[in-house]
Write a protein that binds this ligand. Structure first.
Ligand code: A3P
Length: 270
């Protein structure tokens, strides 16, 4: 039977469990999901720029937006397929990729999208522990500066990504980090059905699969460990009641819309 080679594009706010999820998919015998290639967003940005600058003259020369999208898609498809192990279905995880999902969806009409979602308060508590510097200006990445900017970024990302993904019904699904680590078999079966791939128990043992985990990726050391659910609650010990209330004020509606209940912090336990 001919293998499905339609690219799988995975995104989510950094610290949502995106690296763990990509390692689990990479453990599937039909799928290659290696380290981030970071190519997709820059290509979309430059396409948008070309179109802004040259759009009118390109249309005059019979180069339509569709032609540009198809050309960019061919380029991306080649990059994704040739950097995957031969014969395997290419999957790419780059956290910010879903902020470009509409463009990518037009360029790669066969692609399937997966949004990794985690409780924004846990994500924020993890983001502020990262020492990430923006290579463009040498400054600390703004959404890692404090819990407020971290959860604000998380909320904006959820709204933007879901707005873009809604325009592609049937081509996208969401995976919750909390479900992934608590009920990995149920979640991975659902995801593999969505991807039209057969079940393989190897995805539950990503740590035995020899996935490439370079030290250029912040989560590599943690992902080398077997699956665990400790991080679903560990963050609660790192935030105060006041900080919880501040995060609630910023992202309460988005948290509730995603089904994350309000968390009460009993300071007497600290
Ligand atoms: P914490 O920093 O809260 O521990 P990402 O790769 O998207 O940046 O996500 C990082 C989060 O994935 C980390 O959250 C980490 O705990 C979690 N993670 C990494 N490896 C894991 C594993 N083997 N089992 C469960 N969670 C894991």
């Amino acid at each position: 039977m001919r293998r499905n080679l339609a690219p799988i594009l995975i995104g989510g706010v950094p610290r949502s469990g995106t690296t763990l999820f990509r390692a689990m998919l990479d453990a599937h015998p039909h799928i290659h999901c290696g380290p981030e290639r970071k190519l997709l967003a820059p290509l979309v940005r430059s396409q948008r720029q070309w179109w802004q600058v040259f759009g009118p003259s390109l249309e005059g020369a019979n180069i339509t937006r569709d032609t540009m999208d198809a050309a960019a898609g061919a380029y991306l498809r080649t990059l994704l397929q040739r950097s995957a192990k031969p014969g395997l279905r290419p999957a790419e995880k780059t956290p910010n990729l879903l902020l470009f999902a509409s463009d990518l969806g037009r360029m790669l009409p066969e692609a399937r999208f997966i949004h990794v979602v985690r409780d924004g308060r846990a994500v924020a508590a993890s983001l502020v522990r990262q020492e990430w510097v923006d290579p463009k200006n040498g400054q600390k990445v703004p959404y890692t500066e404090n819990l407020q900017s971290a959860i604000r970024y998380w909320g904006q990302y959820q709204l933007e990504a879901s707005a873009q993904l809604r325009t592609m019904p049937g081509r996208c699904t969401e995976v919750r980090y909390e479900n992934l680590v608590r009920q990995p078999e149920i979640e991975m079966k659902r995801i593999l059905t969505f991807l039209e791939e057969p079940w393989s128990p190897s995805v539950l043992e990503h740590h035995r699969a020899g996935t490439a985990l370079p030290n250029t990726e912040a989560s590599s050391r943690a992902v080398a460990e077997p699956l665990h659910d400790r991080a679903t609650t560990a963050w609660m010990q790192r935030v105060t009641a006041h900080e919880l209330a501040e995060m609630e004020a910023i992202a309460g509606p988005v948290l509730r819309a995603l089904g994350y209940p309000e968390v009460q912090r009993d300071e007497s336990l600290r």
